[in-house]
Design a protein around this ligand. Structure first.
Ligand SMILES: Nc1ncnc2c1ncn2[C@@H]1O[C@H](COP(=O)(O)OP(=O)(O)OP(=O)(O)O)[C@@H](O)[C@H]1O
Ligand SMILES: [Mg+2]
Length: 250
């Protein structure tokens, strides 16, 4: 049995709004094991991004707790949390979050620089990612000189470069053409299967979710089902997932 790397218990998240609050998560329990590839699906507004932000310590829950590698994130100060994120988690956000004044290359290596590491330490990984994500021609472009798909690929390279324990990705293929999306998923899948990375990926596409070992289904801030998928290729198990998604109207 693989060791637990992420453990969420009774996660509730409420956002204050003008006349009360919005409850984005209503009590989520989730266990992710080291080396697992988990997809999170659910309709728009079901709480997927919120769950990812809490799992990654970007936001704090209103109730419940998150254990990352046995560490209770709620017990860490903001500064400790920042350090932990930088060292252990690679994020690919829904809206990229690139620094507008830096080039693509500078954006990719930024996490290394912030952590006081020399980019040369990861030169081979950088080369591999730039080739895989086809960023050779745009490394000296700033974000406003990149297409949406290129911005997304830069964000992915940045998240993968430090080879973090856990990669958290919010719709990572949303802006990619079909072929690049599949290539990226293959890469995520093999970084899990062969390098022991753990991946939590939010997606609304079944064709992306079938790369995962397990699909967690969210509705109104609750986990309503978990669909295990095989790890072997080809993924014959797409059919049960698609059937379940259709039942749920997703
Ligand atoms: N900062 C916030 N302030 C107020 N409400 C919020 C905030 N962030 C999220 N919400 C609300 O919480 C709910 C869940 O949002 P969340 O972004 O997690 O959904 P999602 O499943 O990621 O949706 P999508 O597929 O559209 O990205 C939504 O109703 C949303 O409007
Ligand atoms: Mg979202």
């Amino acid at each position: 049995m693989l060791a637990t790397i992420l453990h969420a218990e009774g996660l509730v998240k409420r956002f204050p709004v003008r006349d009360g609050y919005v409850q984005a998560l209503a009590g989520v329990d989730l266990v992710v094991r080291r080396g697992e590839f988990v997809a999170i699906m659910g309709s728009s507004g079901s709480g997927k991004s919120t769950l990812l932000h809490l799992l990654g310590g970007l936001e704090r829950p209103s109730a419940g707790r998150v254990l990352l590698d046995g560490m209770d994130l709620g017990r860490l100060s903001d500064r400790e949390l920042t350090l932990l994120r930088r060292r252990k988690i690679g994020f690919v956000f829904q809206f990229f979050n690139l620094i507008p004044t830096l080039t693509a290359h500078e954006n990719i290596i930024l996490p290394l620089l912030i952590d006081g590491k020399r980019p040369a330490e990861q030169a081979r990984m950088l080369e591999l990612l730039v080739r895989l994500l086809r960023l050779e021609g745009v490394l000296d472009h700033r974000p406003d000189q990149l297409s949406g798909g290129e911005q997304q690929r830069v964000a992915i390279a940045r998240a993968l470069l430090t080879q973090p324990d856990v990669i958290m990705a919010d719709e990572p293929t949303g802006n990619l053409d079909h072929a690049s999306g599949m290539e990226l998923l293959e890469h995520l899948w093999s970084s899990c299967a062969h390098l022991g990375r753990t991946i939590v990926m939010v997606t609304h596409e079944a064709k992306a979710a079938i790369f995962a070992d397990r699909v967690v289904l969210l509705q109104d801030g609750l986990v309503i089902d978990q669909v295990p998928l095989g790890r072997d290729k080809p993924r014959d198990n797409a059919r049960p997932l698609i059937a379940r998604l259709q039942e749920l109207g997703l």
